[in-house]
Every structure is written in structure tokens, then in C-alpha cells.
Ligand binder design. Structure first.
Ligand code: ATP
Length: 345
């Protein structure tokens, strides 16, 4: 079967953007028979951006409960925490040793940090950790430990998937023959993963109009804070100052962009027409709230139950880690053999 892999960084509270851009499409796809889905909480990745243990701890719980509340079937898919899979840091090191430093110099996230430093007149690497620099290798290990074929990602992640392919190719070239001898298989160790970009999936703007993102504190939380917080957050979406009755431009509006991700084509057309015709922003916010609430209210009930049961979540994730390690452990053992780290016996 085809293996599909999806992760979410546990660096904050899941928001409408995560839901529309990752959770909803991934769960839909996992219901197809031909795919084998791997879902993980990217909690090692969280440490790159977040040095607040409370926040990481809480986020892991929230994101676990969110996936399950949104309909993830933990019996059908492999659902786990990255940090429970010992083979991932192990593989990260094997990959690090075949990764050109120059490749990592070109990674967008690192380059953006450097550019910002230079623009501010600082040292190029000021405040940049080796963790941020190594991010693409850790991500390659996430994918390659399971030989995932397809990785649904946003456009900003395409480069990282290309790097994972480069790293995999290099490893295959250097150690393929030894791997085949160690494993008795006639294949290359790594399948080259492909990025899957779903053009129909929107990138949601946040309250301030930048991309909605856990690290920008501009999000509309999916469940946390309950229905009241959802209503209040929607009320805070920035709109222009046109008064009720004045025609609005829906196509430049963050509110309308969010509405479109939840509404049918017909509903979107109707709100578009109403705004052009002068509908008040306050009224549009009410319509957006009703639409989002009707989709997520049943899930929020499940979320509230799950988040109050950390023991249940722990059991589910441990079971998921066992399933994930059943795939990764024998594979990484052959990879260790291939690079020369085999038993003396
Ligand atoms: P961080 O700020 O920590 O990077 P994030 O909220 O931007 O967090 P990630 O955890 O990096 O989100 O991404 C998880 C998934 O959610 C990815 O597939 C990403 O493409 C998707 N996603 C994140 N933000 C949005 C958004 N605003 N609109 C659509 N999809 C999004």
C-alpha cells in the first residue's frame, strides 16, 4: 500500500488553519482503503521553536485530543508521538552524516533567520540554534524511518521534502549495497518521498491577516476556550472600516477567506454577493461563526471528553508507538548494519 505521513508541531493550541489545511484533508484521505496513514505529534520539532515545557506538554495533549475528536481512527492508522520512536533520533544521526552542510545552508527556515539577522545589523547566526539548522534532517528521518511515499504539505514545506529526497538518494548511493546484503532485500533502502500539494486546500489568514500560525499568536483556536472563545475570536478578525450599507470587497477580506474554507460553493457565493451589496461586517462575522460552529460543535464535545482523560490518550499513543516501532525498529537495525554498526557475532 501507499504510505502517507502527516505531522503537526506541538508548539501551541491547534487552530482553524491546522484543521482546514492539515487535519480535515488528512482524515478524509485516511478513510481511503488503499492508503496506510501515519499521523504523528511532532514534539521534537516543537523544541526547535519553543523552550517552554508547559506549553509543549499542554500542546501535545491538545493536539492528540484534537486529531481523535476530528475523527481519526487510531485502529486504522498509526498515530504516535515522534519522541516515543527512538529510531527517529537514531536515524537522524545516520542521515546527518551523509548530509552536505551546504544543503542545510540553503534551507528556507535557516536562511530566513540569517536574512533577518543581517537586515538588523547582527551576526548572521545570532540566536540561531543547531536545532533550527538541523530541522530538515530531523524531518527527513520522520519520513524515511517509515519509507513514506507521500507527504501532504503546504507550499512552504516543498523544499524540505526535496531535501529529504536528496538525503535519501545520497544514503542509497553510499550504503545501498551494504543494506541489501544486511537485509536480504533487493531494494534500495529508501523510497524517495513525494510532496503532495492539494491546490484546493486554502491557507487561512489569522486575525491580523498574516498566515494563521501557532507561533504568531494570531489564531482562532479550534476547540480551546469553547464556543464563547470561538465567537470572540471571530469578532476580532481585522476588517476594513466600511460601514453597514457600504459595498465591501470580499476578495480582499480575511473573514471571507476563512468562510470559504468552511462553506459550500453556493454559501460562499451568497455571502460574496451580500458583502458586495453592503452587508455589515458584524453580520458577516455572525454568519461565519454559525457556519464554523455547526461543523465543529460535535467534535468539540468529543474533544472536551478526551482532553479530560490523559490516561486514555496516553494508552492510545503508546499503542500507536508500538505499531510505529514495529515498522521502524527492524528497518533502522538493517540501516545500522549497513553503515557498519553491526553486532560482532
Ligand atoms: P508553527 O507556527 O508552530 O509552525 P503552525 O500553526 O504554522 O505552527 P504547523 O504545526 O507547522 O502549523 O503545521 C501543521 C499543519 O497545518 C501543516 O500541514 C500546515 O500546512 C497546516 N497549516 C498551518 N497553518 C495553516 C494555515 N494558516 N492555513 C492552512 N494550513 C495551515
Amino acid at each position: 500500500g501507499r504510505r502517507v505521513l502527516t505531522g503537526i508541531t506541538t508548539s501551541g493550541t491547534p487552530h482553524l488553519g491546522n484543521y482546514v489545511g492539515a487535519i480535515r484533508p488528512a482524515i478524509d484521505a485516511s478513510r481511503q482503503d488503499a492508503v496506510e496513514s501515519f499521523f504523528f505529534l511532532a514534539d521534537y520539532h516543537a523544541l526547535i521553536k519553543c523552550d517552554d515545557p508547559q506549553r509543549v506538554r499542554r500542546s501535545r495533549l491538545e493536539i492528540a485530543a484534537t486529531w481523535l475528536a476530528c475523527g481519526l481512527d487510531a485502529d486504522r492508522v498509526v498515530f504516535y508521538r515522534q519522541s516515543d520512536i527512538r529510531e527517529i533520533p537514531e536515524l537522524t544521526w545516520l542521515l546527518t552524516c551523509v548530509t552536505a552542510k551546504g544543503l542545510l545552508n540553503r534551507a528556507h527556515a535557516y536562511k530566513a533567520a540569517v536574512d533577518q539577522n543581517l537586515a538588523g545589523g547582527e551576526d548572521a547566526d545570532a540566536g540561531v540554534t543547531a536545532g533550527l539548522y538541523m530541522y530538515p534532517v530531523l524531518m527527513a528521518a520522520d519520513i524515511l524511518a517509515f519509507n513514506a511515499h507521500r507527504v501532504p504539505v503546504g507550499r512552504d514545506q516543498i523544499q524540505h521534502i526535496e531535501m529529504a529526497r536528496d538525503i535519501a538518494q545520497r544514503f542509497n548511493h553510499l550504503h545501498g549495497a551494504a543494506y541489501r546484503a544486511a537485509s536480504g532485500s533487493d531494494r534500495e533502502p529508501f523510497v524517495l518521498p513525494e510532496a503532495v500539494i492539494d491546490e484546493s486546500v486554502a491557507t487561512l489568514p489569522g486575525l491580523d491577516g498574516r498566515k494563521m500560525s501557532k507561533s504568531y499568536d494570531n489564531t482562532i483556536p479550534l476547540f480551546e476556550g469553547g464556543v464563547r472563545h470561538l465567537r470572540e475570536s471571530i469578532a476580532r478578525i481585522v476588517t476594513d472600516s466600511r460601514a453597514p450599507g457600504e459595498p465591501k470587497n470580499p476578495d480582499g477580506s480575511h473573514l471571507f477567506a476563512i468562510y470559504r474554507a468552511f462553506a459550500s460553493a453556493g454559501e460562499a457565493q451568497a455571502l460574496h454577493a451580500a458583502l458586495t451589496g453592503g452587508l455589515a461586517w458584524g453580520e458577516a462575522k455572525r454568519i461565519l461563526f454559525e457556519r464554523v460552529e455547526s461543523e465543529i460543535a460535535p467534535m468539540r464535545e468529543r474533544y472536551d471528553t478526551l482532553i479530560a482523560r490523559p490516561d486514555t490518550l496516553e494508552d492510545i499513543l503508546r499503542h500507536g508507538a508500538d505499531k510505529a516501532r514495529a515498522v521502524a525498529a527492524p528497518f533502522v537495525a538493517h540501516l545500522r548494519d549497513a553503515v557498519g554498526l553491526s553486532d560482532f557475532r
